[in-house]
Design a protein around this ligand. Structure first.
Ligand code: T6T
Length: 326
């Protein structure tokens, strides 16, 4: 019962916020887009989608972020954005717990918050449960499902048996945590002869991910595969495999699809890339924010898709649009 009253109060506040914005002309509306980091092809592509939506609506989208994927660096950027008073904030929070309080400051200032790509708390918003319940919506890939897809591709490529590991960013990031969870769950459920070794965390540093491959190989000369759970993890794992001269023996499945990874599919270094659709995340993020600002109700979650790129379709025209902009 209590939950209902909290939700109703929030719904009223949202409706009021929406009505207050009704009077603004589109050219006076600015939405801030705060990426995980500014120099990552994934977020650059997300911004491309966001700008396309802004152009269609006649509003402005301001892309402001830190140069590294780090809540300590993202927080002051967010505080500066809040200080400028945008009409709404779209943000990829860099830690599911540490970014709750900084984002509450935006919400308390009356700025609607929508998270894109990553979530805070449990990612279930507006349900009256949890500290980080206040964002209006979460727009992202199905990261659990994506991890499961990666496991199935890996299992197929290595013939259903052998040792593999996950090269990952760091714990506490919702997307990459879920990809790892999905990967391990699918292996445990469907491929009992595959052993998933301890995860290697690289802090989004591709060079570290490359040297970690060398160390895992030294301990496990029979290693069969690496799942790179995001762009830098996959790039680094691929480079590590190449430097070790193991391209023919070790399967690399990449999450994310910048040009550098896609080129490595053509050369045979990377076996498959699970391309997210970041431009869709940006586009629908802006559309959802605009809908809220103009008094429409919006869904609390919007899921975007994947395109798996491998040797079979890497040269197809239809695949090219899913390669991230750099
Ligand atoms: O994989 C994406 C994004 O989905 C994730 O949250 C963080 O890493 C990337 O930006 C790729 O570097």
């Amino acid at each position: 019962m209590k939950t209902f009253f909290i939700s109703a109060a929030l719904a009223c506040a949202m409706a009021t916020a929406g009505l207050a914005q009704d009077a603004k002309a589109p050219e006076d509306i600015t939405i801030a887009l705060v990426p995980g980091l500014t120099t990552d092809a994934f977020y650059i592509t997300m911004n491309r989608g966001a700008q396309a939506a802004a152009e269609a609506l006649g509003i402005k989208v301001d892309f402001q972020g830190a140069e590294e994927f780090d809540p300590v660096l993202q927080t002051p950027v967010l505080d500066a954005v809040i200080g400028r008073g945008p009409d709404a904030i779209l943000i990829a929070p860099t830690d599911s717990t540490q970014m709750i309080e900084p984002l509450r400051r935006a919400s308390d200032a009356g700025i609607p918050v929508i998270t894109v790509d990553t979530f805070i708390d449990d990612g279930k918003y507006q349900d009256g449960a949890g500290d980080g319940d206040f964002p209006l919506a979460y727009i992202a890939s199905d990261n659990l499902g994506g991890g499961r897809m990666a496991a199935r591709y890996m299992a197929d490529k290595i013939g259903g048996e052998g040792k593999v590991y996950v090269s990952n960013l760091r714990p506490g990031v919702s997307t990459t945590d879920q990809r790892e969870e999905g990967f391990k769950a699918e292996m445990a459920a469907s491929f009992p002869k595959i052993e998933v070794l301890e995860t290697q965390y690289n802090d989004n540093d591709a060079s570290l991910a490359a040297s970690q491959f060398q160390a895992v190989l030294a301990r496990n000369p029979d290693i069969k595969g690496v799942f790179g759970a995001n762009l830098f993890s996959a790039l680094g794992a691929g480079n590590g495999v190449e430097s070790a001269g193991k391209v023919d023996d070790v399967t690399v499945i990449a999450f994310d699809a910048p040009g550098s990874i896609v080129n490595n599919i053509s050369s045979g270094l990377i076996d498959a890339a699970i391309a997210q659709h970041p431009a869709e995340i940006g586009y629908f993020g802006v559309m959802a924010a605009y809908a809220n600002l103009t008094g429409q109700s919006i869904p609390t979650g919007i899921g975007t898709g994947f395109t798996v790129i491998d040797a079979g379709n890497v040269d197809d025209e239809a695949t090219r649009k899913f390669i991230y902009s750099e």
